[in-house]
Design a protein around this ligand. Structure first.
Ligand SMILES: [Zn+2]
Length: 79
């Protein structure tokens, strides 16, 4: 039989509980960032008319559907 004091038992309980909450939080945050990155992957911001549009093609310079300007793809910023 293992004898531990009540203080150690409470500490272990709280430590395990907080670590579990922290692990769930980190995993959920990673999942949220991955989904946001995928959602913004094809988004292009026009540098002339400031129009945001989706371009799923693999073209290097997508054309803005509003003003016809070619735009460079930009990496999505961190959220
Ligand atoms: Zn435009």
């Amino acid at each position: 039989m293992i004898r531990v004091s009540l203080a150690v038992l409470v500490f272990l309980y709280l430590f395990v509980f907080i670590m579990a909450v922290f692990a769930v939080w980190v995993l959920e945050e990673r999942r949220r960032q991955r989904h946001a990155r995928v959602a913004l992957q094809n988004r292009v911001h026009c540098s002339v008319c400031a129009y945001d549009f989706e371009d799923a093609s693999s073209g290097l310079l997508p054309v803005c559907p509003r003003c016809g300007t070619t735009n460079e793809r930009q990496k999505p910023s961190k959220i």
